[in-house]
Design a protein. Sequence first.
Length: 297
Amino acid sequence: MSASFVIMAAGLGSRYGGIKQMEGVGPHHEILLEYAVYDALRVGYDRIVVILRPDIVEDFRERVGKKLEGRVPIYYAIQDYSSIPGFYSVPAERVKPFGTIHAVLCAKEYINGPFAVLNADDYYGRDAFTELRSTLEQLQGAGDGCMVAYKLKNTVSPHGSVTRGVCSTENGQLTHIDETGGITLQSDGRITAGEREYPGETPVSMNLWGFTREALDDMEDYFHSFLRNIKDGDIKAECLLPVYVGDRLSEGKLGIRVLTTDGSWFGMTYHEDRALTARSLQALVAQGVYPEELVDA
């Protein structure tokens, strides 16, 4: 069964302070996304869809796309305001994209079957992609999806707070997800968000999801409802995948199979994360997980 690998790379990177999707962090200035694609191709994904801002499409194609063209079908989806339905007028002062649900919908025309969707600026590890790929073949209908859950202690940044989807599970199914901001690793090792302390083993979403193509129609309905309910003057509202999942769970319209991993996250939420990401990739190269150069691998 064909499966698409959909990478969301259209974020503004406001906390990072630059275009982190294009930051060269590998031994030969590879961007983090290239390692995800390398892993994906080796575990059976056969179509790559990259969601980009208009201003970085050509740079991405030159630096990454040309290495892949001819080896695997690769498509470039553009997340901009041109895809917003006519009933909604985008405020002139709005700068932010409309979130991850909108991003996925911008890629709809390129997705031809079940798909994995993930962030471009996070490192997930091959094992997560492998387990997700096999589960995609089991999904049936718009109401059946899956996700990979990480242990919270393996996903925090030493350089500042992060946002994670804190998960509750039962019998391998997601029962609730709470999109939680301000999660902070304290100097004594505790993990807190506001007044609440979280155990390190708490399962969290890192925006690594799997859905059927039929789910895209439901996401579109959800996004249109979101637009109709944006308050006047709100120029930062975003329609997010974890919130969509949480709402559809509570409505009984969606079931999410939870796949777990002991893998450790690293990524580039803050500019200070860049050095750690580069060291982590170099260590994986030294261990033989990745070749020194990905281009001909």
